[in-house]
Structures are given as C-alpha cells and as structure tokens.
Write a protein that binds this ligand. Structure first.
Ligand code: PEP
Ligand code: CO
Length: 446
C-alpha cells in the first residue's frame, strides 16, 4: 500500500463529496479549520478504544445514539440537554439488563453531513445540488442555498465545539437528578401491556441507587461521573482531514474532531477514498454493514482497516433489516471468524427498517426495530458470539416520526410532530421503552 497522509485519500475516488465552485475558498476554510484546537483529546480517544475492547469481549455494552442529522438550529441548550438525558437514562436501564458497564456515545457534535442517493434534486424544470447536511449547504431550494459553501465547514466545527463544551459542563456539573427514576418521564409506562415489568425495572434501578448512596454516603452522581463520547459519520473528508493530526508522545495520527468516526454504508468501498482516509487514523472506528455486503468485501475491509487486530479498534455496525438479519448476520460472523480477528459487534436496527407511509412520510415501526434487535441477540447467542452494543436514531423530544410503542402511534399521528429532515427517530418515550425491552431480553437470557 502506498504511503498514508491525512490527505492521501485525495488520490482515490471520493464518493458523496460536494462540488465546491471556488477552490481558493475551500483551501482557505480547510487551512483555518486545521489551525483550530481539537475538540477531543487523544487520551479520551484511547480510553474509548479500551472500553470498546471490553464491549467486544462481552464485558461492557455500547449504547450509541442521536439524530440522523444534527442541524445548526438544533445547537441549543434544550435539545442538547434532552439528547444527553435520554442517552443517560437509557444507559441506566441497560446497566440493569446487562449487568455490564454501558459505554455512552452520542451521534452528536459533528453529525452534520449526509450521504444522498442522487447528486441533484429536480423540481419542475429546475435541477439543483441535493441538500447534503448543514456542513455542506442549506435546505431551501434556491441555487444560492444549495451551492456547497466551504464556510459551512467552519460553522459546523464551531457548532460542534459549542455542543461538546456544553456536554462537558453538564457532565462535570453532575447532571445529578438524572440518575434517579423519580425525575424521569415515565407516564407512558401505564399505557403498555408490559407495565408490570417496566415498573419492576424502574423499582430495581431506584433500589440500586439508594443502596449505592447509602453505602457510599454520597449522591450517585458524585461517585459515577457519567462518561460520554462523541461520534459522527466520517463523510465530508475535507472536514475530517483538517482535524487530523499528530500529538506529542504518541505514534500516528488522530482525528480529533470526534472520538469515534464511522464509515457509512455507501462509502465503504475498499478501494475508495473513505477507506483510505480511515486506515491511517488511530481512533476506534465503525463500519456500517448493510444487505449488499459480501464476505470478500468484509475480509478486504478488515485487511485494510484492522490489520493488527488491535483491541477496540473495529466496531461493525450491522444494519441488515429485520427481514434479512437471519440470513446475513451468521454470514458476517463466519467471515470475521475466518480472519481470526476480533471485532465489536453492534446492531443498528433503524436503517434496514425504513418504510414510506401511504401519505409519503418516511417512518420506522417500533415492533420491526425490536424484532431486528431480538433476532440479533438470538443469533449471537446461538453461535457463541457476543453482541457488544446497539445503535439508535433517537431524540429526547416528543416527536412523532416512528410508529408504535406504548402509546400506539399510528401512521395518521405522524403528521403531529414530524421534525426530522432526514431519517425518522425514536422519541423520548419510545427510546425509554426500547431500552426497557432490551434490558428485559438481556436479563432473561435472550
Ligand atoms: C446513518 O447512520 O444515518 C446512515 C446514513 O446510515 P447508513 O450508512 O447505514 O445507511
Ligand atoms: Co440515518
């Protein structure tokens, strides 16, 4: 393989990249971005890698979640707080189910770029570049808004910095009451046929909190500082490249715009630019694995991206869909076994289960999401493998984007509060309920 550098990907075919009209402006923005301080540090990145290695061994469990696409408008105190809150509360429910440490990773502070199925959008006779996320261009259908603007790379970095700054402050401040179920919004529990089981889970979390606080004579928040990590799809390669650097007394290069970047399903070509970029960074990385994968393709990706079998380096995020997981997951597990390498297996039960309603809205059904999780647990269990984590698109707000759950949201309800500009997310209640059902499954040995 030829020599790697943060920009060696530019010699390969880079899919899903914006075409900027003015190269001088791009160079100026990338130069400025490269001069800014990092958003995360290499020791945090290494600490997450160690924890992901524990997930792969079945000693910890990864909870990764957040928006499909963050928007610049959603960079505000309420939305950041509610995202952190839902992930923290779900993680406490999962601790109860797994009896393992839960590693929390947000799709946050940089999840601003999206892959698109077409480069252009047509309306009437007009064709304009597709909207690729706030890091690249703007949503209104005008030439000015849709023309990719390199200044947005800087605006995105600034939003990411504001977001991570606030997250760090909330976590340092203890976020104390969130450890206590009496402060959670659990009204939905009464609407479910499973309410007795849900109440039992909540009761048992409350008991453990009280027990800990009595034994340690200190609030739970002061003894268990909530660690939290960031992730985003490493899609817009100029943004990733600009924040990739060497640090004193460590070997190699780190992407310090995030702890945990992943390669999306559409850009995981072993010969392509994204794989070239990712092979040279020391971060733990994820790869989305979808219905089109082949054993050869996966083996080749592991050759290039996971050559030394470094613990914690590689997370495979399987998003096969409830209809295909039975066939494809065993094939993926066999393929990895044949390489002799260890990966952290996780499931994204969202992206293989997207449907369109008769009214034309993109949605996902709570039961289908759960079905993929359930099947995934059973397959790993049957072949003696470990499921090391779970990946959701969710929000802490009361949106109506996915159907089902305790309140039985129907297709007709989706219009009420459909806010996603891209994929449908679980809302606060659906996310909590999903965590409870997964915890219940885990406790009962899947
Ligand atoms: C996503 O995670 O939002 C996404 C685009 O996923 P995938 O690459 O798996 O389709
Ligand atoms: Co998505």
């Amino acid at each position: 393989m030829s020599e790697w550098s943060p920009d060696s990907w530019q010699r390969k075919v880079a899919l899903q990249q914006p075409v900027y009209p003015d190269p001088a402006k791009v160079a100026a923005a990338v130069g400025q971005l490269a001069a800014f301080p990092p958003l995360v540090t290499s020791w945090e990145v290494e600490s997450l890698k160690r924890q992901l290695a524990a997930c792969a061994r079945g000693e910890a469990f990864l909870l990764q979640g957040g928006d499909c696409a963050e928007t610049f408008d959603s960079c505000n105190a309420d939305e950041i707080t509610s995202k952190l809150k839902i992930l923290l509360q779900m993680s406490l429910v999962l601790v109860h189910g797994t009896r393992r440490k839960v590693v929390r990773v947000g799709r946050i502070a940089g999840q601003y770029a999206k892959p698109r199925s077409a480069d252009e959008e047509h309306q009437g006779d007009v064709a304009l570049p597709s909207y690729r996320g706030d890091l690249v261009n703007r949503t209104p259908f005008t030439r000015e808004d849709r023309t990719p603007d390199p200044e947005l790379l800087l605006r995105g970095y600034e939003r990411a910095a504001l977001t991570i700054n606030f997250i760090r402050a909330l976590i340092d401040g203890g976020f104390a009451d969130l450890h206590h179920p009496e402060y959670w919004d659990l009204d939905f529990v009464g609407h479910s046929p499973m309410h007795k089981e849900y109440e039992r889970i909540v009761e048992s979390i409350r008991d453990s909190m009280e027990f800990m606080e009595n034994v340690l004579d200190a609030p739970a928040s002061s003894t268990t500082r909530a660690e939290f990590y960031t992730s985003h799809e490493g899609l817009a390669l100029l943004y990733e490249q600009a924040q990739t650097q060497q640090v004193p007394r460590r070997e190699g290069f780190y992407n310090l715009s995030t702890h945990f970047p992943w390669i999306g399903m559409r850009t995981a070509d072993p010969e392509g630019a994204h794989v070239e970029y990712f092979r040279g960074i020391r971060n733990p990385i994820g790869i989305k694995l979808g219905p089109g994968f082949t054993p050869d393709h996966l083996t080749r990706l592991l050759d290039i991206l996971h050559p030394d079998d470094e613990p914690g380096r590689m997370t495979l995020i399987c998003r096969f869909g409830a209809a295909h997981v039975d066939e494809l997951l065993p094939m993926a597990i066999d393929t990895v076994r044949a390489t002799g390498k260890t990966v952290n297996w996780t499931v994204d039960p969202m992206h293989g289960n997207t449907e369109t309603t008769t009214g034309g809205l993109k949605t996902r059904r709570f039961d289908t999401i759960l079905e993929e999780v359930d099947k995934t647990f059973k397959i790993h269990h049957a072949v003696g493998s470990e499921l090391g984590g779970i990946h959701f698109e969710l929000t802490g707000d009361n949106v109506t984007e996915c159907t089902g759950g305790a309140r039985g949201l129907s297709d007709a309800d989706l219009e009420d509060a459909y806010r996603s500009t891209v994929d449908p997310r679980l809302n606060y209640e659906q996310s909590m309920e999903m965590a409870m059902l997964v915890a219940h499954q885990l406790r009962n040995g899947a």
